[in-house]
Each structure stands twice: as structure tokens, then as C-alpha cells.
Design a protein around this ligand. Sequence first.
Ligand code: FMN
Length: 176
Amino acid sequence: MNALVVYESMFGNTRQLAEAVADALRSSGAATTLAPAAAAPADLTGFDLIVVGAPTHAHSLPRASTRIEATKWASDPAKALHLEPGAAGPGIREWLDRLIALPLPHPAVALFSTRADIPRIFSGDAASAMKKRLRVLGSETDAHAEFLVDLHNRLTHGEEQRIRDWVTHLIPVGGR
Ligand SMILES: Cc1cc2nc3c(=O)[nH]c(=O)nc-3n(C[C@H](O)[C@H](O)[C@H](O)COP(=O)(O)O)c2cc1C
């Protein structure tokens, strides 16, 4: 199985989960490419499984204005946040837009988001936004999951293990 893991991350949490996904896929024997959205291929030919991860910003996918806001948060020493290389974008939103012009080979797609640990009705979820965009591309997926950060923007306890467990359920989707 050939897998592609694409992610966007401002403060490192979504990257950390994407790395765990790639590690779990490799452990299961899948040839796996891990790429930040800015460096991800727009041609998905040859991949059996695509896993896409993004942080939730303003109830949706990050956009230019929310990335600028994230940069402001990171410049506040009180928040003790480290900004990821490439945090200014382009990110998942722009990567999905790049795919629109291309014929999709319809590989299995699984989505994950990170979001604040508050009731979903207040947080929104980037995975829902990704799902909508994929539907426009003609790709349906029911495989999506949300992972939580605390009020200090750090992954809550156990989320890395939870995403590793989630990945084991994805393997049969793409086959080995
Ligand atoms: C500008 C901005 C807007 C945000 N808006 C939301 C939001 O609407 N809902 C939510 O649950 N989390 C929101 N968050 C928190 C992010 O989801 C959180 O910072 C992210 O999941 C951390 O992942 P990362 O470290 O990979 O960037 C926001 C964060 C930023 C910087």
C-alpha cells in the first residue's frame, strides 16, 4: 500500500499527530510519504490512502488571516508557543484547491483535525470543512476524527496514542 500523509500546523500539534500517523502506517508495512501541505504533491496518482490533517481555525480550515493571528499568538511570550516553519501557508485549504483542477484517482481518504477541547458546537471542526471540499472534488469519506488541544494549545493526554489506534482502523480501507 502507498500512503500519503499531508498536514498543516501552526504550533506543532497537528504535525506531531501526522508524524504518528506516518509512523503507524510505516509500521504496518505501508510505503508512506509525509509532507506539509506546501510541499505535498497535487497529483495523487499511485496513492492508495491519503490522510489529511489540519488545525481548526475560526471553525474551519486555516486561511491567510487566521495564520496571521496564529503568528501574533506565537509572538506573545506569555503563550510560550513555537511557530512551525511554513506556518504562514500555503496550507491544506490551498492544497485542496490545487487538487481541484486534477483528475482524482479516487484513493481512500481519511481526515483528522485538531481543535480546542470544548464542546464541538462551540469549536467547529476543520475536518468538516475538508469533507465538504473533498465532496466537491467527487471524493466521499466517512473516515474522520478530531483530536484535542488544551487551552494552552498543547495536545491533551493520550491523543497521540488515540491517533495511532485510529490509523489501525484505516489500514483495511486502503488494503496492505
Ligand atoms: C487564529 C486561530 C483560530 C482558532 N480557532 C479555533 C476554533 O474556531 N475552534 C477551535 O476548536 N480551535 C481553534 N483554534 C485552536 C486551534 O485549533 C489549535 O491552535 C490547533 O489545533 C493547534 O494545532 P497546531 O499546533 O497544529 O497548529 C484556533 C487557533 C488559532 C491560532
